[in-house]
Ligand binder design. Structure first.
Ligand code: TYD
Ligand code: MG
Length: 437
């Protein structure tokens, strides 16, 4: 008998009101644990030179965007997790992905613990999917899934969703952290022993974590999130962990009446080039193996509050305060008299300091009501002394900017390759004022 925090998995022998590990209240639930040892054959050591090559175990989709997100295709024996809020399109995406592979002759087992055969069939009809290679199974018990795998011998198993799967070996209810962890582990074993690809769907709670979160993330090979704005039709699929590829790789999909469609050329997807307004500046962010251009928009208005407002979307608020402080000190601009709203368009979140320069330009451009051309790209980290510091992958950023038709790049004073695009090197933040004339 033990008590387990449903938020982080912390185990305690007595009930606690507040979790000492994650600080959440009222998250402890009593769970019964019992484990029997299973009889099994152990694996034999083999020489590295005899193990399979990447080309033997990678399955390519043949859709460049999807292949890229998966690091060049899926890997046999790979254990994948797809997280996302309810209704975002997880079941749709995996049924479509399953279908691409089914058409290539792979066998798919789609296990649903939350929908009936006819519900899945309805979705499939809408997506125009009707493959003999896709097998449906509405089953909640992990032992039943094991039977299904033994019978069908699939190449790919899709579990929709982990929160609805349980094992009779454990007394707690489906969705509890013990069930998620133990069923997750049973599925892991099934995946590796049978060399199948398993894709597990996990619902995400409002705080952005999969319920029973850490319990699964460490055991799977790759974690993907499907995100999107509630009202919009666009969805971003992002890799946050991948043992077989890049992390932070993104792909964009549009939700249509016939399911998700991939958006190509996403580098410029987040920009609206025709609309120029004061407060907008273009920056570059690294997303996996790609450079993507996004727009930083700000609105700087006279404040009516004793403490001016600072609000951000997609940017770190402390970083914003820091940049504002640097500008107040170095440029003597009285930001303390202004409210500042800063937003990164398209739902991208910026974690890179290489966008500092663009953020500063955007803020000053709004304050001074001066438009900045969207043919300008701003790259550079801003130091506390107002110096513009070098950034990583500078050549890649400039090269991509050139390819996408930007006219000018404002960059730190660092060595770069000889490229055919106008370059302005900026050493100190004071020089921004020149741009804004
Ligand atoms: P779904 O895949 O069921 O979401 P999840 O598994 O993440 O909960 O899809 C949810 C929404 O997508 C649903 O509101 C209907 C919409 N949708 C479309 O717009 N077009 C389609 O072709 C399909 C199948 C669904
Ligand atoms: Mg679903």
């Amino acid at each position: 008998m033990q008590f387990v925090c449903q938020n982080c998995g912390y185990v305690s022998l007595k009930w606690l009101g507040k979790c000492p590990s994650c600080g959440e209240w009222n998250t402890f639930v009593e769970e019964i644990v019992s484990k029997k040892r299973e009889e099994k054959e152990f694996k034999k050591p083999i020489p590295l030179s005899l193990s399979k090559k990447e080309s033997d175990i990678r399955i390519k989709f043949g859709f460049p965007e999807i292949d890229r997100i998966f690091g060049g295709g899926m890997v046999k024996g790979g254990y994948y997790l797809l997280g996302g809020e309810p209704g975002i399109g997880k079941s749709t995406l995996l049924l479509q992905i399953g279908n691409i592979l089914a058409e290539k002759g792979y066998k798919i087992l789609y296990v649903s613990g939350e929908e009936s055969y006819s519900q899945i069939k309805m979705r499939a009809e809408r997506l125009n999917i009707n493959s003999e290679n896709i097998f449906l199974m509405c089953e909640n018990e992990v032992e039943g899934i094991k039977e299904g795998i033994r019978e069908i011998k699939p190449d790919i198993v899709i579990i929709d969703s982990i929160q609805t799967i349980y094992s009779q070996d454990f007394a707690s209810s489906p969705g509890s952290i013990t069930q998620i962890r133990e069923c997750g582990e049973k599925l892991l074993r099934l995946t590796k022993e049978n060399e199948i690809i398993t894709f597990v769907i996990g619902h995400v709670t409002k705080t952005g974590e999969i319920a029973g979160p850490k319990a699964l993330e460490h055991m799977v090979d790759a974690v993907f999130y499907l995100e999107g704005e509630e009202t919009g039709n666009f969805r971003i699929l992002r890799s946050v962990k991948n043992r077989f590829g890049n992390i932070n790789e993104i792909g964009i999909f549009e939700m249509t009446d016939k399911g998700l469609k991939e958006v190509k050329e996403i580098e410029m997807f987040f920009l609206n080039k025709d609309f120029e307004t004061p407060g907008s500046a273009v920056v570059s962010v690294v997303q996996g193996s790609r450079i993507v251009f996004v727009e930083v928009q700000s609105l700087v208005t006279k404040t009516f509050f004793p403490l001016p407002k600072r609000e951000v979307g997609g940017f770190d608020i402390r970083r914003l305060s820091l940049l504002i402080a640097v500008m107040e000190k170095r440029l003597g601009v009285p930001f303390y008299k202004y409210d500042v709203y800063l937003n990164v368009t398209g739902g991208i979140k910026i974690f890179e300091t290489s966008c500092d320069l663009g953020v500063c330009v955007s803020l000053l451009s709004s304050m001074k009501n001066i438009k900045i051309s969207k043919e300008n790209l701003f790259i550079g980290e801003v130091g506390l002394g107002g110096e513009i510091r070098p950034v990583n992958l500078i050549n890649l950023r400039i090269k991509e900017a050139q390819r996408k038709g930007f006219k000018r790049c404002f960059i730190p004073d660092q060595e770069i390759d000889n490229l055919n695009i106008e370059i302005f090197k900026i050493k100190k933040i004071e020089e921004i004022m020149e741009i804004l004339k």
